[in-house]
Design a protein around this ligand. Structure first.
Ligand SMILES: Nc1nc2c(ncn2[C@@H]2O[C@H](COP(=O)(O)OP(=O)(O)O)[C@@H](O)[C@H]2O)c(=O)[nH]1
Ligand SMILES: [Mg+2]
Length: 339
């Protein structure tokens, strides 16, 4: 069993030593632990500091490409290195690396594909009341979209099995945390949580300038992932909403016409017709969205196969040659004879 611990870093020279020193050197059930630093265009001495602490594996971006891309590139390299399990932790020493053994345990036991550390946000000292509520609310929405029951969806301290990484394809550059859960949930991967206590805060978040920005970006990522996997849920809700709203002016028109009200009230009919057209369009978009979803799952099947070939889980030589039916095999000979 080979474990790759990947650490995405943007200028983490101050806190990286503490992170690297607390990554366990040995874990029962794991034969080899490799540390992989993803340097996302750091302008400080992050890479030198890592090298001085014995790190030999790096993914380096010449300029900043964002956390989502860094996670993606780190995973590709980890799989190239032959990882059976990949653990992600942060470079700001927010997470207790000494709990990595507990994080990988459910994967080693075969009871989970993905393990997410639950920060127990209500116990984090530097999280304000509203922030705790927002985190819990965000997790609820992600759980609804993913069909899961996870207490902390935004936690970045996670372990992934090799099999789960074959199935996950993150698209959003920004919030891969939410996206991976929604994908994994919809692909019926087993996701579980392990409670942890976070370390004291070392600095302000670099991913979000404010809580407002955090909420806005997370909401965008969730809606996108939701539309990707359950387009009919969103668009049938729109269709019903516009449909009901569209019927109201028609009823009003009928009531006014039947009563002794003067005037033609054609405006009601116009507004009603526009709303009903919007309802109809929502149905059509829902159908198109669903067709795209089907297409996506076909593409993802192909991607999974390609990844397995690339990372050596399938040897093309082991795949049985396709048997050609006799009649088809004979056709070229016959043609040659004819000409
Ligand atoms: N690759 C990459 N990592 C980043 C970027 N911004 C932050 N990080 C890393 O992502 C992790 C989490 O960032 P942090 O600022 O602590 O955000 P928090 O999750 O809100 O606490 C840390 O390891 C950072 O070094 C970025 O633009 N690219
Ligand atoms: Mg942090």
């Amino acid at each position: 069993m080979r474990l790759v611990v990947q650490v995405p870093c943007l200028n983490e020279e101050d806190t990286l030593p503490a992170v690297l020193e607390t990554i366990p050197k040995q874990i029962p059930g794991i034969d080899e632990i490799i540390v992989l630093i993803i340097d996302d265009g750091s302008s400080d001495r992050t890479v030198e500091v890592a090298e001085a602490h014995g790190v030999r594996h790096f993914v380096r971006h010449a300029r900043n490409r964002g956390l989502g891309r860094s996670f993606h590139d780190g995973v590709q390299r980890a799989l190239e290195l032959g990882a059976d399990i990949v653990v992600n932790t942060d470079g700001d020493n927010q997470y207790p690396q000494d709990r990595i053994a507990d994080l990988v345990q459910p994967i080693l036991a075969g009871t989970a594909d993905i393990v997410i550390a639950d920060r127990q946000v209500h116990l984090v000292e530097h999280f304000s009341g509203p922030k705790v509520m927002l985190q819990k609310f965000g997790s609820k929405i992600v759980n609804k979209a993913a069909g899961t029951d996870l207490p902390d969806a935004a936690s970045g301290f996670r372990a992934y099995s090799r099999d789960s990484l074959m199935l996950l394809n993150t698209i959003t550059r920004f919030s891969y945390c939410m996206e991976t859960i929604i994908q994994a949930g919809n692909k019926k991967l087993a996701i579980t949580s392990v409670p942890i206590r976070t370390n004291p805060k070392t600095r302000e978040s670099r991913l979000f300038k404010s809580t407002y920005q955090h909420v806005l970006k997370s909401a965008g990522a969730i809606i996108r992932a939701y539309i990707m996997y359950k387009p009919y849920v969103i668009f049938s809700a729109f269709a019903v909403l516009f449909g009901v709203l569209g019927l109201v002016p028609f009823v009003r028109y009928a009531v006014l016409q039947l009563g002794d009200n003067v005037g033609s009230h054609l405006q009601s009919l116009l507004v009603g017709a526009v709303l009903l057209v919007m309802s109809f369009l929502s149905v059509i978009i829902g159908i198109v969205g669903d067709l795209l979803r089907t297409n996506r799952s076909l593409i993802e099947d192909t991607l999974e196969h390609t990844k397995k070939m690339r990372f050596g889980l399938i040897n093309p030589a082991d795949v049985a040659p396709v048997e050609v039916p006799e009649q088809q095999a004979a056709t070229p000979t016959r043609r040659r004879k004819a000409s």
